[in-house]
Design a protein around this ligand. Structure first.
Ligand code: PLP
Length: 413
């Protein structure tokens, strides 16, 4: 991506899909096998594909790093769900970020929201810098005038995470995109926390949407994968070249698993969001809790943005909260839950808890971390799709153990 003085290309958008989300999730990229009639695609493990004469492959494929049937089908599915013309799958969410940053010319400048995923922060500060790309972090992308102040002649990209990880702050994607586009700058949105069921950033003007597929899209905590979805043929050309040239691609088996996972995304994302609202409400009423970050609550400072850009104003399945008792209180809470497992990651069918300051975001220097609201007492919660009453009871007892000091013995669910 290189910056010019001209406004950036406005590529044609993907045609409006004929079907609703659930129908697309089940059917997009899922052709029946033309030979056997199999309703579920076969896993195509072959790394190489026969050619009849030199340069004449039998079908559409030559070598699995360049493309394979399972990756194609998965990419077709995600493109449909994100209302994109193209999707490109990678071996992880982090590899997706790396490929996008690799596409920037040396000397480029990126503006990013401050509270990005810790690994994204690590890539921006430790890896991108090594090939001459600098990143300015800002907590204030919501005031789109602040964007104008940060723009340099070399700025080529704005990086948004909305909701952000782990503080669940939101960015008005449409406002930022229209401001960025006036300066010829592309906008990337990490949509991992929402999934395309809750939010479709390309519809709001973003140029590229990225996901850690590892989370909601796969949804079963058994695949590491990433994906980028976009409309611009120029960006697609650049990124698909790098997808093959760098080779950080997912296996056919992982594509097959993630494709199977995404077929129930609409059911899982809605159930997780309903559970998260119940848990956020309980936490916000608890004397043991200092603050709750959840965009589904009326008290969230950017609730109006959630109403504008999330499906049905849903808050998603993720929330975080500050517990009384500092880092020890947070650690005691996470050790005391019996249904919520203490573990990194998110977006699976099972509920998880973690302490970002010492786990997922531990690599970010304390000052930068706290400036972004990631305090030692912050607990991040990924609500799964278990029954809400059980999750509520578990949170209630863990709060008592954490703050009132009763001994909690972790027995498993
Ligand atoms: C918001 C967000 N983006 C990107 C990533 C990186 O994804 P992966 O772990 O698949 O490399 C994560 C991982 O937790 C994440 O939470």
């Amino acid at each position: 991506m290189t910056q010019t003085d001209a406004p950036i290309e406005t590529p044609p958008r993907a045609p409006t899909p004929k079907h609703q989300f659930g129908t697309l999730a089940v059917h997009a990229g899922s052709p029946h096998d033309p030979v056997t009639g199999a309703v579920i695609e076969a896993i195509s493990l072959s790394t190489t594909f026969a050619q009849t004469t030199v340069g004449q492959p039998v079908g559409a494929y030559e070598y699995t790093r360049s493309s394979n049937p399972n990756r194609d089908n998965f990419e077709t599915s995600i493109a449909a769900l994100e209302h994109a013309r193209y999707a490109l799958a990678f071996s992880s969410g982090s590899a997706t970020t790396a490929n996008i940053l690799q596409s920037l010319a040396a000397g480029s400048h990126v503006i990013s929201v401050s509270d990005v995923y810790g690994g994204t922060h690590r890539y921006f500060t430790k890896v991108a810098a090594a090939h001459g790309v600098t990143v300015t972090f800002t907590p204030s992308l919501n005031l789109h005038t602040s964007l104008t102040e940060l723009i340099r002649p070399t700025t080529t990209l704005v990086w948004i995470e909305s909701p952000s990880n782990p503080t669940l702050s939101l960015v008005d994607i449409r406002a930022v995109s229209s401001e960025a586009h006036k300066h010829g700058i592309n906008v990337v949105v990490d949509n991992t926390f929402c999934s395309p069921y809750v939010q479709t950033p390309l519809d709001l003007g973003a140029d590229i949407v990225v996901h850690s597929v590892t989370k909601y899209i796969n949804g079963h905590s058994d695949v590491l994968m990433g994906v980028a979805a976009l409309n611009s043929p120029v960006l697609y050309e650049q990124l698909s070249f790098l997808q093959n040239a760098i080779g950080a691609v997912p296996s056919a088996f992982d594509c097959w698993l993630a494709h199977r996972g995404v077929k129930t995304l609409h059911l899982r994302a809605r159930a997780a969001s309903e559970n998260a609202l119940r848990i956020a409400t309980l936490l916000s009423e608890s004397p043991h809790v200092l603050a709750v970050n959840y965009p589904g609550l009326a008290s969230h400072p950017q609730r109006s943005i959630a109403i504008k850009q999330h499906r049905d104003g849903l808050g998603g399945g993720m929330l975080s909260f500050r517990i009384r008792g500092g880092s020890e209180g947070a650690a005691r809470f996470c050790a005391a839950t019996q249904i919520f497992t203490l573990a990194e990651s998110l977006g699976g069918v099972e509920s998880l808890v973690e302490v970002p300051a010492s786990m997922t975001h531990g690599g970010i220097p304390r000052e930068a971390r706290e400036a972004a609201g990631v305090w030692d007492d912050l607990v991040r919660v990924s609500c799964g799709i278990e029954d809400a009453v059980d999750l509520e009871a578990d949170v209630r007892q863990a709060l008592e153990v954490a703050v009132n000091g009763h001994n909690g013995v972790k027995n498993g669910a």
